[in-house]
Design a protein around this ligand. Structure first.
Ligand code: ZN
Length: 259
């Protein structure tokens, strides 16, 4: 996949890894910002990439939209239930674990993620901000009751249409659907961390979806630096001190080993 990058002179890549490790060592506060790319090696496709199975034949903007949930919760769940099932057995990979390692050793203050798959949590990240929510719980838009993932799965299976709340209304996964606002509290924490970071380590995110895409600007505005570990271009490639574009697991493991 990263053939061209790997084909580059080994010394060039090694220099970039060492440069990034040096930035981590010298920073008082490192914050990671992660997107779909970090979970791809765990077998979770990035639905923005074409032809990635799970979302094939459906338009996520339509089926995973809050209006679709409100108008036809059964249709929404016929799609979203598959997503729940497909995430069931997924495990964190070396990139998730490298960030845990960096946090336990001190330099990393927190992980801001756009992912809803819970893999940072499963890997053991302590300071985690899930700005798009997660599948851990689902809530009732009517009475506000909240239920855990396993209970939601049980109710979905028993009902066959959608997981009903005790009040009878359909539960909605606590993920940010298209057409919904990002949770205020999570965005406030993310904003504060990004503003105060000496180094924002952007991993596996195309940095194109606002408001998360605004976080690197906050770090730069606060006098901090950004580094990018992502395959494919981002709007911040020119602002980054270092960009690593190879396999996300190999790149992060190399950097953390060199810190
Ligand atoms: Zn309810």
């Amino acid at each position: 996949m990263a053939g061209e990058v790997d084909a580059a002179p080994a010394r060039g890549r090694g220099d970039r890894v060492e440069r990034l490790a040096g930035l981590v060592r010298s920073a008082q506060s490192v914050v990671a910002l992660t997107g779909a790319g970090i979970s791809v090696p765990s077998g979770i496709p990035d639905f923005r990439s074409p032809g990635t199975g799970l979302w094939e034949g459906v338009n996520p903007m339509e089926v995973a939209h809050i209006d679709a949930f409100r108008t036809d919760p059964a249709r929404f769940w016929s799609f979203y239930g598959q997503r729940f099932t497909s995430l069931r057995d997924k495990q964190p990979n070396g990139a998730h674990r490298a960030l845990v390692d960096l946090e336990r050793r001190g330099p990393l203050d927190g992980v801001i993620t756009q992912n809803i798959d819970q893999l940072h949590r499963a890997a053991g990240t302590a300071e985690l901000i899930e700005v798009h929510g997660s599948i851990a719980t689902s809530s009732c838009l009517g009475c506000g009751a909240r239920h855990e993932l396993e209970e939601v799965r049980r109710r979905l299976e028993a009902d066959g249409r959608y997981p009903p709340c005790d009040c009878g209304a359909p539960l909605k996964p606590d993920v940010v659907l298209f057409g919904e606002m990002l949770p205020d509290e999570a965005m406030e924490r993310a904003t504060r961390l990004a503003s105060e970071a000496d180094l924002l380590l952007c991993v596996g995110s195309s940095l194109e979806v606002y408001p998360v895409a605004g976080l690197p600007e906050l770090t730069l505005g606060g006098g901090g630096r950004i580094a990018i570990v992502t395959q494919g271009p981002t709007p911040f490639d020119r602002d980054a001190e270092v960009k690593l574009a190879g396999d996300v697991v190999a790149e992060l493991e190399a950097v953390v080993a060199a810190v």
